[in-house]
Design a protein around this ligand. Structure first.
Ligand code: WQD
Length: 337
């Protein structure tokens, strides 16, 4: 059974991808430093998958841990999730983000070249587009100056991957530009585990519904959108996980020194207020929210053109926005805060 190293594999998207890899007949090997994930995820994964998932604790910047893993598990591909992702924190602590997000990729690529490991799927983000001039965004939409050091690390990592492929190092790369990941595994056994106060909208919504947060603040309702609140493309984490499996299969068919990039979104935009209203409807819950000031750095509206991933990878989203908001609430309800 082919083994795939998942860096950050105990995290939100990584754990859901581990489930989908097993379903596809692959064996995930997790490397995680647990800086933004919990070890309890491993037991939950075992419950879902029906067998233990192999996990090593460590930092992707540490070549020794990669050597240790490879000495025991000759993985043939990598999915690189491990990165810090708090937009605000990246502004106050940029070096922490450059060291971790960019440094770990450089170490990982050097290791892959040394061992002749070819395939890597990289976790990128729609944040590289900034505020697009035209919507929906396609992969050829020009990238813009990042709104944050976090966003900049994603752009820099994409550039590193392109240059490394051009150097004829032999690797084959897909960058997946995620839109807004939401939802949880339908079993309710794994989901998003934000550290401290959630930065992102949906975990804040579910924690408000659970009474952990007093209310949601909608960061601005005076934008040029259907209801004045920002618009995003909210994609179910299970659909996102499936896109990684399909990306690996796609890489298997390519020649060495290959690079491609795909948007991973639903292709639909929904506003912040629509998320709140849909959550209330789907879960029959009244949410306490108020309108607050705009949040610095927020893009007003962005959603994906998914033609390329639909046609080239044969991937289409299987879950609806209602599924995402139902599954995220189902997960939150099961958390013993
Ligand atoms: C979505 C919308 C907020 C919280 C970022 C990164 C992206 C990805 C996901 C990491 C915005 C509004 C939010 C709240 C609100 N990275 N909002 N009240 O900023 O689109 O994307 O996180 O996973 O790369 O850029 O996601 O969920 O923070 O915000 O009104 O309490 O919800 O203003 O319009 P964002 P988000």
């Amino acid at each position: 059974m082919n083994k795939i190293l998942i860096t950050g594999g105990a995290g939100y998207i990584g754990s859901h991808t581990a489930v989908e890899l097993v379903k596809a007949g692959l064996e995930p090997i997790i490397l995680d430093d647990f800086s933004n994930s919990q070890k309890s995820v491993l037991g939950s994964l075992e419950e879902i998958i029906g067998k233990p998932v192999i996990c090593f604790e460590g930092d992707c910047n540490d070549k020794d841990i990669l050597e240790e893993i490879y000495s025991q598990h000759k993985f043939v591909g990598v999915i690189h999730f491990a990165a810090f992702k708090a937009v605000g924190e990246s502004t106050s602590e940029p070096l922490k983000y450059y060291r971790n997000n960019v440094g770990s990729l450089v170490v990982l690529l050097g290791f892959m070249q040394e061992k002749g490991i070819k395939n890597i799927v990289f976790s990128s983000s729609c944040t590289v587009y900034g505020q697009p001039d035209k919507l929906p965004v396609t992969e050829s939409t020009p990238r813009k100056d990042a709104e944050s050091p976090y966003g900049n690390t994603k752009k820099i990592c994409e550039d590193i991957l392109v240059d490394f492929v051009k150097s004829k190092a032999g690797v084959k790369v897909v960058s997946l530009r995620y839109f807004n990941p939401v939802g949880a595994h339908p079993s309710g056994k794994i989901g998003e585990l934000p550290n401290g106060t959630p930065n992102n909208l949906v975990p804040f919504v579910t924690q408000t519904a659970a009474g952990i947060r007093e209310k949601i603040t909608v960061f601005g309702d005076d934008y040029d959108t259907i209801d004045g609140s920002c618009i995003r493309d909210f994609i179910h984490v299970m659909d996102l996980a499936d896109a990684h499996v399909k990306a690996l299969g796609y890489l298997d068919k390519q020649e060495d020194n290959f690079y491609d990039v795909f948007n991973v979104g639903t292709g639909n935009g929904n506003s912040v207020l629509e998320i709140i209203k849909t959550f209330e409807k789907v879960n029959r819950i009244k949410l306490n929210y108020s309108i607050g000031p705009r949040r610095d750095g927020d893009v007003v509206k962005i959603w994906a053109d998914t033609t390329k991933i639909n046609t080239v990878l044969g991937w289409t989203p299987q879950y609806s926005l209602e599924d995402s908001l139902r599954d995220s609430w189902n997960w939150e309800k099961g958390l013993s805060h």
